[in-house]
Design a protein around this ligand. Structure first.
Ligand code: ADP
Length: 261
């Protein structure tokens, strides 16, 4: 193996240091520090209300949209401070895509749902190029075979699982490096869930994927690293197999053995 290449790929994609989040007076996230590797999946687990989504939303500055929310500390992507005053948040959100709990396609055609991002970000010079991006993104999201003959149909007319894969295609279309997923399967049945999990597994070699999940089984199935949150703190983080079989902290042990949750 080329030592230079291996050293580069070992660099974390996202580095968080001493991140705190306040909603008004409420201190929701406390001194969170973590390195998140590229080309893999990290799962955030922990009981409801422990701050998983809050931390996820720090990584593309979605918390900026909540007026009472204040974030301190440092988050870098590829060593660049994403809270720097010069940073273009619109560009950041293209680099750091997000998929939400409930699939939220625009009330437009399947084609337009995927074409919208590349168009507003100026990623294509011609109609043919846009067409290619839409097809590529749908293919990557495992949806092209099911929709290629009905790209003009409304995105909202598809099944929940297809809508969620459309949202993943929409995220992929703007060429992101990081994809944040906030309980992306919580509104889906087991078959649609399995398809999304398969898709995450395929995408992981090209992206840094961070998934919030309330399902420990899902975390175990899809992630290589897991971070356990409790009462606003990141208790421990490590290879998923170690977190589930040999956690260091008693709180993690209690959670994974079902003592609370
Ligand atoms: P999790 O994703 O682990 O369920 P959250 O990040 O959603 O937890 O919430 C962490 C804490 O922050 C909770 O106490 C929650 O009530 C609070 N919180 C989350 N979002 C908001 C908000 N928009 N305004 C005020 N408090 C919030």
């Amino acid at each position: 193996m080329n030592p230079v290449t291996s050293a580069v790929s070992a660099l974390p994609k996202v580095v968080a240091r001493d991140v705190n989040v306040f909603y008004g007076d409420k201190h929701a996230l406390k001194e969170v520090s973590v390195d998140i590797p590229d080309n893999g999946v990290m799962a955030f687990i922990g009981p409801s209300g422990c701050g998983k989504s809050t931390f996820l939303r720090c990584i593309n500055r979605m918390n900026d949209t909540i007026p009472i929310c204040r974030v301190t500390g440092k988050i870098e992507i590829d060593k660049r401070d994403i809270y720097h005053s010069n940073l273009d948040v619109v560009q950041l959100r293209a680099r750091v895509g997000m998929v939400f709990q409930k699939p939220n396609p625009f009330p437009k055609s399947i084609f337009e749902n995927v074409a919208y991002g590349p168009r507003i970000h100026g990623l294509c010079k011609s109609k043919a190029e846009l067409n290619d991006i839409v097809h590529y993104s749908l293919e990557k999201a495992g949806l092209l075979g099911e929709v290629k003959d009905r790209l003009e149909d409304p995105g909202t007319g598809m099944s929940g699982g297809q809508q969620q894969r459309l949202c993943i295609a929409r995220a992929i279309a703007v060429n992101p490096e990081v994809i944040l997923m906030d309980e992306p399967c919580s509104a889906l049945d087991p078959i649609a869930t399995a398809k999304i999990e398969e898709l995450i597994d395929e995408l992981k070699s090209n992206y840094c994927i961070i998934i919030v999940t309330h399902s420990m089984q899902q975390a175990a199935r899809v992630s290589q690293r897991t971070a356990f949150f409790h009462l606003g703190t990141l208790v421990e983080e490590g290879p998923t197999s170690e977190i589930f079989t040999n956690p260091k902290d008693k709180r993690t042990q209690d959670y994974i053995t079902g003592r609370f949750g």
